[in-house]
Design a protein around this ligand. Structure first.
Ligand code: IYR
Length: 231
């Protein structure tokens, strides 16, 4: 860093601290990159969960990992509600199945129904009661100042999307499975879980072990050539 840049940082009202960074040897970088890709490439979304319990510590670690995501202006606009209470899970399932019934039997356009056909989804959501945990991600559409007035938050969709990705990766890394369920509409979740109106339910993620006979659709991922453009 040049001396003049150093002076700028020294004068800041919000001081910076040194970045903790250790440079990896090139070979180790490649090895870790490949191992991480291979691990992530083994991740699958399944709808078939075991009822086997999962310790709360693991859910806590997944949420802490999600909370390391970058966010607009570092406002961390997320609230994770981790539900293990069987009665609450049952209420979530009942309300989701009611909405989903209407979605699959009329509300969804035919094109959407056809797009979902390979996934084998329908209005039945047994994973919401089978999985030992149901984690609901709420996006804080804005923050609150100490006096209760509205504080604008920036890029909340992007920030929560990134946090959800970190959560999903953490769950996979610890040998569990999850599913990104999007009941449509999801207003009922804020009511059931007692969240304030500026928190918008975004994703419902059952977490647990897969059922012994868990199945997944026979899907392929797009090859690199179809997802990258080099310039
Ligand atoms: N909300 C429905 C429908 C659904 C929509 C998409 I896009 C999916 O990738 C899967 C399902 C449901 O959760 O079943």
């Amino acid at each position: 860093m040049s001396d003049s840049t150093k002076d700028q940082f020294a004068a800041r009202a919000f001081p910076f601290v040194p970045l903790e960074f250790s440079r990896l040897p090139g070979a180790e970088s490649t090895e870790r990159a490949r191992a991480f890709f291979e691990e992530m490439n083994r991740r699958r979304t399944t709808r078939h969960f075991s009822t086997e319990p999962v310790p709360r510590d693991l859910i806590e670690l997944a949420i802490r990992t999600a909370g390391t995501a970058p966010s607009g202006a570092h406002q961390q606009p997320w609230t994770f509600v981790a539900v293990s209470d069987p009665d609450l899970k049952r209420q979530i399932r009942e309300a989701a199945e009611k909405e989903e019934h209407d979605f699959y039997h009329g509300r969804a356009p035919q094109e959407w129904i056809e797009a979902l056909a390979p996934l084998g989804t329908d209005e039945h959501k047994p994973h919401l009661t089978d999985a030992p945990w149901v984690v609901v991600l709420f996006r804080q559409a804005h923050g609150l100042n100490p006096d209760g007035s509205k504080r604008t938050y920036y890029y909340t969709q992007e920030s929560c999307g990134i946090a959800a990705g970190f959560f999903i990766a953490a769950i996979h890394q610890m040998g569990l499975v999850t599913l990104t369920h999007t009941p449509n509409p999801m207003g009922f979740l804020g009511e059931l879980l007692g969240r304030p109106p500026h928190e918008k339910a975004m994703l419902v993620m059952p977490v647990g072990y897969p059922a012994r006979d868990a199945k997944v659709p026979d899907l392929r991922r797009k090859p690199l050539e179809q997802i990258v453009v080099w310039k």
